[in-house]
Write a protein that binds this ligand. Structure first.
Ligand code: URA
Length: 238
């Protein structure tokens, strides 16, 4: 996959697409470990573009442009790069663009389901901005039987603590312990806080849809895939 089509310096290319720091990549180039179109090249300022073949220590470096990823997040992984917080969802994406990715709407460590990641900052902003009204659909399992009162409290909008008001949301009861909640805001722990403000408690939370893009059943927990242009449009509509 080569999507990248601009000119850039060799050290910048090796850094960005080889996942090395800028100083590391300069050192790598200077120490004769990089070949450009089959010729060893030790000048970091050499200009390259997408048609060039860059190889570091015998391994070809693949260029990429904007990438859009869907990941089926398993429970037990955090949406953070902070090592002290535990296993990270980024560890699951074994690709050279992994270090460039941001998450379009985090999930809690114990939550599962659809995560969208990209290195396209505008796109990520659109997915999470409450003003864009991108729907996020959650399947919720509760500790106690769901009552009519809880449903009307959650769907009518509710103070969820910290002086924050969650706007009215769409709620659909599936059975006495399961419901579907559709949000557009994406506040911190919003589903859990909504459910607990109504008097119940979430014991399982799964996100199955963002915008009009549904998590594919073929994607098992921990697996990811690149999204097509069409899939990307399903998420933000543009
Ligand atoms: N709301 C929550 O409470 N947790 C999530 O992970 C996502 C939405």
């Amino acid at each position: 996959m080569v999507l990248y089509n601009q000119y850039m310096r060799l050290d910048a290319f090796v850094s960005r697409f080889g996942d090395f720091s800028r100083s590391e990549s300069r050192r790598i180039v200077r120490s004769n470990r990089v070949s450009l179109n089959g010729v060893l090249t030790n000048d970091p300022s050499t200009v390259v573009n997408e048609k060039d073949t860059v190889v570091v220590d015998g391994k070809p470096i693949e260029a990429f442009d904007n990438v859009y990823v869907a990941l089926n997040k398993p429970a037990g992984y955090v949406c953070s790069r902070e090592r002290s917080e535990g296993r990270s969802v980024f560890e699951l994406i074994d690709a050279n663009f992994s270090a460039d990715l941001s998450i379009g709407g985090r999930l809690d460590k114990d939550a599962t389901g659809l995560l969208i990641l990209s290195n396209d900052g505008m796109f990520i902003h659109e997915v999470i901005s409450p003003r864009k009204n991108v729907e996020k659909e959650y399947l919720v399992e509760t500790a106690e039987e769901i009552t009519e009162n809880e449903v009307s409290m959650i769907s009518g909008g509710l103070f969820i603590g910290n002086n924050e008001f969650s706007k009215p949301v769409h709620v659909e009861v599936i059975d006495h312990l399961h419901m579907r909640i559709i949000l557009t805001e994406g506040r911190y722990h919003e589903v859990k806080r909504l459910v607990s403000a109504s008097g119940n408690r979430v014991i399982n939370l799964h996100r199955r849809r963002i915008g009009y893009y549904c998590l594919s059943e073929e994607l098992r927990p921990g697996e990811w895939k690149l999204l097509s242009e069409n899939d990307r449009k399903k998420i933000t509509g543009t």
